[in-house]
Design a protein around this ligand. Structure first.
Ligand SMILES: NC(=O)c1ccc[n+]([C@@H]2O[C@H](COP(=O)([O-])OP(=O)(O)OC[C@H]3O[C@@H](n4cnc5c(N)ncnc54)[C@H](OP(=O)(O)O)[C@@H]3O)[C@@H](O)[C@H]2O)c1
Length: 427
């Protein structure tokens, strides 16, 4: 048995270059913890001529990342390129087919092809590790797969996208608009030039899908998961949330209910009595509840070179130590039926901009009454003869179906002047 683990790394960007740096600077620690020397023997990225630090430019180079899988001097492959298809998928398949361990941080790849890759991994007896794929430095994958393996989990929910949390927190702290804070997030490197993936909830949906598969055995189908983002949230909603004792957070929520598994990514009103309400800036936090463990909260940096590379290294050390990981194959549950959206229930915050004239409130409450929606409270501040005024309804628990019917009718009222804002209230 060799005392060295020879690694091929594909992807030398934010995460890949930090992984390579840590392998150098923490070598004695890694060897002590895993019993093996970690050595990078070959690399691949898009541009061979790019100047790279930490000796990466002088390492043997693979023009096509998939070549790493076949090299006789590579024992395990680390995929840090990203993307659900193309080079990343080809490399993942080639590695597992070659019977070699695959370590990846690629949530898009896993959310779309995690089950097929797990089956391939199992067939080839090749381990598949992906601690860095969800919530960066938070060890949520090992927590679900190993630490909580002894009992059921009822609920997994949390702040899975740091960009959105940064935007919502900064809007609250500064009173600035969504668009303005989004620009700041981009200039700080939190949001991509095209931020749609983050702010429309797709990134969080990939992560929730992976967590639901691990926690509940749910099928990996991120495209079927309801995902709403934070574009519609205004400073006014943040002020109303404060007044009502909530903070607005973009959450991924997966909860086992009687009729199936509820899954959703959307903005939620979170009570200020909850730990999640106080998770600020670009931080992530995940809460797990189970009948045996009760509540458990994990909080930390969900992205960034250091935290993500630290998670990748924990997988590399598991691999070097011979600790196995079979992806999703052992957790999938054919009976994990997703709950149809119409069957789920929630309390709602509904903010409308209305014309300040007699009868408006009566029209809206009549629609609610006809949909059998019970109102918990109504807030209206100030008067304006010239422009629209905000009016907020908080409902008691109501079905999605009843609420969406009432919402469609409210939007059609001529006195409702702008698209209303709907935010679910976290129970
Ligand atoms: N950044 C984070 O905070 C974070 C957090 C959690 C998970 N992740 C995941 O980690 C992975 C890497 O993210 P990153 O932020 O490090 O990305 P990045 O900075 O954009 O780096 C991507 C690297 O992959 C290479 N690459 C991209 N497409 C390629 C292709 N078709 N063929 C060969 N090489 C290719 C690039 O080559 P060049 O250098 O030549 O351009 C670059 O070295 C992604 O799956 C991401 O979702 C990232």
């Amino acid at each position: 048995m060799s005392n060295t683990l020879r690694l091929g790394i594909a992807g030398l960007g934010t995460v890949g270059s930090e992984v390579a740096r840590l392998i150098q600077v923490e070598a004695p620690l890694h060897e002590k913890r895993s019993g093996k020397k970690l050595v990078v023997t070959a690399v691949s990225a898009r541009d061979k001529n790019k100047k790279r630090d930490n000796g990466l430019s002088s390492l043997p180079w693979a023009d096509n990342p998939s070549e790493l899988a076949a090299r006789s001097d590579v024992d395990a492959v680390v995929e840090l390129m990203g993307g659900a298809e193309g080079a990343a998928k080809q490399l993942a398949e080639a590695t597992l087919k070659a019977g070699k361990p695959l370590i990846t941080a690629n949530k898009a790849l896993l959310a779309h092809h995690g089950l097929a890759l797990s089956e391939l991994a199992r067939k080839q007896s090749a381990p598949l590790y992906f601690e860095a794929a969800v919530a960066g430095g938070i060890p949520i994958i090992k927590t679900l797969r190993e630490a909580l393996a002894g009992g059921q989990v009822d609920e997994i929910f949390g702040i899975l996208n740091g960009t959105c949390n940064f935007i919502l927190t900064t809007m609250r702290d500064t009173g600035r608009s969504f668009g303005d804070v989004l620009k700041e997030a981009q200039s700080l490197g939190y949001a991509e030039a095209d931020p749609a993936f983050d702010i429309d909830g797709k990134d969080a949906a990939h992560k929730l899908s992976i967590l639901s598969a691990l926690g509940f055995g749910a099928p990996l189908e991120p495209e079927k998961l309801i995902a709403e983002g934070v574009r519609g949230i205004t400073s006014q909603d943040i002020l109303f949330a404060d007044e009502l004792g909530y903070r607005i957070k973009l959450l991924g929520v997966a909860r086992q209910e009687k009729d199936g598994l509820f899954q959703r990514v959307s903005p939620y009103m979170v009570s200020t009595s909850s730990t999640l309400a106080h998770v600020n800036g670009a931080m992530n936090a995940i809460m797990i509840r189970g009948p045996v463990i009760g509540p458990l909260v994990l909080m930390g940096h969900g992205a960034g070179a250091g935290p993500t590379a630290s998670a990748v290294l924990s997988d590399i050390i598991d691999c070097a130590s011979g600790r196995q990981a079979d992806g999703f194959a052992s957790v999938m549950n054919p009976k994990a039926t997703p709950l149809s959206a119409e069957k789920s229930k929630s309390a709602f915050y509904l903010r409308m901009m209305v014309q300040d004239q007699p009868g408006v409130l009566a029209d809206i409450t009549a629609i609610m009454r006809d949909a059998k929606i019970s109102i918990q409270s109504v807030i209206q501040h100030g008067r304006s003869e010239a422009g629209p005024v905000p009016i907020v309804f908080i409902t008691h628990d109501t079905s999605e179906k009843a609420f969406s019917e009432a919402f469609a009718a409210v939007k059609k009222l001529s006195s409702v002047l702008e698209p209303p804002c709907v935010i679910r209230i976290l129970p």
